[in-house]
Design a binder for this molecule. Structure first.
Ligand code: ADP
Length: 269
């Protein structure tokens, strides 16, 4: 996924196939500038959806891929040394707040706990970003919106979203698309024929039934698209499924043998 630390305007429509009412729901929430959580498994279309919405609303987007080292100052900014002394540099969140962009914090539970200090006052009625180091409180631009993604399947007790954070956001649920729609997305994204797309989706759907039996989430739409691209470029189906779908999902010999069985069932042994 794209990590863009500067706001950017998306100039051509990102393809997004709606699976429900999410486009209307997002627009209504945006009209009130309510912060939004996109909830769902990895690789199911959350980021693509947000790129599509930023394009629809003609708003710049800033994306931050959160990880366990990401702190409040990574979001807000810091003083850096340069030849003329120390100079303040706005972080991605501050840029979005000042310039009226949509700020997307991807996998926000991964970030350090101190980030809630800046997220909370922005995500409630105050819409204010406190920058302690500059003794500054920035009032958010009227177009600013905060969006975070969250994968409930991955969370451990120690890394769950706090209730006080959750209740500041409206929440949109995402799931892998149903089979016919997923095959259409795969065809559109990779240029592959319908029959092959349906087979790849069939394998992915079976893998998702193994959730909780040695597999965290199964083969995602993203992985299916990648396998399809490789096949479209001429790679043999078994090899593409192996490197883009089955091997990335698990290291467990029994699980892999079950997944290979699904591939054989659709593409022949
Ligand atoms: P997430 O942010 O949920 O991890 P992404 O938005 O990056 O997942 O989706 C991964 C890929 O799956 C996208 O790049 C796109 O190719 C495809 N995809 C998934 N769902 C959709 C959808 N509804 N419409 C269009 N493409 C989709």
């Amino acid at each position: 996924m794209k990590d863009t630390l500067q706001p950017y305007l998306i100039d051509s429509e990102p393809y997004y196939r709606a699976t429900g009412l999410e486009v209307d729901l997002f627009e209504s929430a945006y009209a009130r500038r309510l912060p939004i959580i996109l909830k769902g498994p990895t690789g199911c279309g959350k980021t693509r959806f947000l790129e599509h919405m930023a394009w629809r609303l003609r708003k710049p987007l800033v994306t931050v891929a959160c990880n366990e080292d990401l702190s409040a100052s990574d979001l807000v900014g810091r003083y850096l040394l340069d030849p003329s002394g120390t100079v303040w540099h706005d972080g991605p969140l501050t840029l979005a707040v000042r310039h009226g962009a949509i700020c997307y914090l991807d996998e926000v539970v991964e970030a350090r706990a101190d980030t809630t200090v800046v997220i909370h006052p922005l995500a409630d009625d105050r819409r204010i970003l406190p920058i302690d180091r500059r003794a500054e409180r920035v009032r958010a631009h009227r177009d600013f919106q905060l969006v975070m993604s969250y994968n409930p399947g991955y969370q451990r007790a120690s890394k769950d979203l706090k209730i006080s954070t959750r209740q500041r956001f409206v929440s949109l649920d995402f799931h892998y698309p149903e089979a016919t729609m997923e095959a259409e997305i795969v065809m559109r994204e990779s240029g592959i024929d319908r029959e092959t797309a349906q087979k790849l989706v069939g394998i992915a759907q079976q893998s998702r039934a193994l959730r909780g039996h040695g597999v965290d989430e199964g083969i995602s739409t993203r992985m299916v698209v990648r396998a399809a691209m490789l096949i479209a470029d001429g790679m043999a189906a078994h090899a593409a499924c192996r490197i883009a779908m089955t091997r990335p999902v698990s290291d467990d010999a029994e699980v892999l043998s079950a997944l290979d069985g699904f591939v054989d069932a659709f593409f022949g042994p």
